[in-house]
Design a protein around this ligand. Structure first.
Ligand code: ADP
Ligand code: TRP
Length: 319
């Protein structure tokens, strides 16, 4: 089984990225042939500063390795080190209906927020389909917000195979139950674009401050509280043992617990959970050439696979 996922280098790693995409990907590296990449072509849809792009790309590489990506088990590379993916994007575009892309949530959100989205933003899902299909991926672990993009990749693969003959495997999205949406400090989905993120490798004091600032309702301490709608409980479920979470849940239902107490515990957990990763990260920062070596090795491996698929696709369309 081939597992593939990508992460865009557009900012620093936050709890939403980690629990939604990175942790499931790390678990899966033991269960199949894993391909994980840094989606720098995708980041270019919004990052228009060369130095920034390079810093973010390096940052994601370090963070992914620090969190446990094992380059002996997973092929780890930069998307742009396999430029064949851009040629495949063009071939796939020829069977992609405009309407399919116009219906994308991500594109519609940009349309609503920004003055004028660029063409790359509109074509984003086609490049993402090429990422997935070029490696003949079976499963794609992502957060729920990416599900629509995987469905588009499936639609494009089916259409291409139907039009030109069987070239691509049809991929499946893999969305972890329970971490569909990690809430941010304002209770909405944690996302860089909402400025409500908790970055996992920030200074511990800053993490604590951020967690203490999570928005909660104004139910008084004595009164019962609803654990099912509280972002603190959702975050606790990700980091505390199930026994500890259940204790908090039952104290919520009884009343007599203040949000401040939960936040304090949550801050401890957020720091503890990433302690080892933090140490590994320091170690990697001290040996930067190791990161270049890993990415170069990954690119070589990935490129060989990509070239084979692209050759088949070119032949199928008549090039
Ligand atoms: P952001 O929304 O901060 O820009 P990205 O879009 O770069 O994050 O997401 C990178 C990966 O992390 C994707 O697979 C996405 O589904 C996952 N992810 C991001 N935020 C969350 C969240 N709040 N809950 C679950 N998964 C998330
Ligand atoms: N669009 C994804 C995100 O924003 C990143 C990504 C690019 C990706 N190509 C991919 C994820 C292929 C999975 C498979 O998070």
């Amino acid at each position: 089984m081939r597992i593939l996922s990508g992460i865009k280098p557009t900012g620093r790693l936050h709890l939403g990225n980690y629990f939604g995409m990175m942790r499931p990907s790390l678990e899966l590296q033991n269960r199949g042939e894993a391909y994980y990449f840094i989606a720098d072509y995708h980041a270019l849809t919004t990052v228009h500063n060369a130095k920034e792009l390079q810093e973010y790309t390096r940052g994601v590489a370090i963070d992914f390795l620090a969190c446990g990506l094992d380059p002996k088990k997973a092929v780890f590379f930069k998307q742009s080190d396999v430029p064949e993916v851009c040629e495949l994007t063009w071939l796939l575009s020829t069977v992609t209906p405009m309407g399919l892309l116009e219906r994308c949530h991500a594109y519609k959100d940009h349309l609503a927020k920004e003055k004028g989205p660029n063409h790359a933003l509109f074509a984003y899902p086609v490049l993402m389909a090429a990422d997935i299909l070029i490696y003949q991926s079976d499963q794609v672990p992502v957060g729920r917000d990416q599900k629509q993009h995987i469905e588009i990749a499936r639609d494009i693969a089916v259409k291409f195979n139907h039009t030109f003959g069987d070239v691509f495997k049809i991929p499946e999205p893999l969305i972890q139950k329970g971490v569909e949406l990690v809430p941010g400090t304002d209770g909405r989905k944690m996302s860089k674009s909402y400025h409500n993120t908790i970055e996992i490798f920030e200074d511990p004091k800053w993490i604590q401050k951020k967690i203490m600032s999570i928005k909660t309702d104004s139910t008084p301490v004595e009164e019962p509280k609803n654990p099912d709608t509280c972002p603190l409980i959702a975050l606790l479920r990700l980091m505390a043992s199930s026994e500890e979470t259940e204790q908090f849940v039952s104290r919520y239902r009884k009343g007599g617990i203040g949000y401040g107490e939960v936040k304090k515990r949550l801050a401890e957990l957020a720091i503890e959970t990433f302690q080892e990763a933090r140490a590994r990260r320091e170690e990697l920062l001290a040996h930067p050439s190791r990161i270049d070596q890993i990415l170069a090795g990954g690119a070589e491996h990935a490129r060989a696979v990509a070239r084979r698929t692209l050759a088949k696709a070119r032949e199928a369309v008549g090039l």
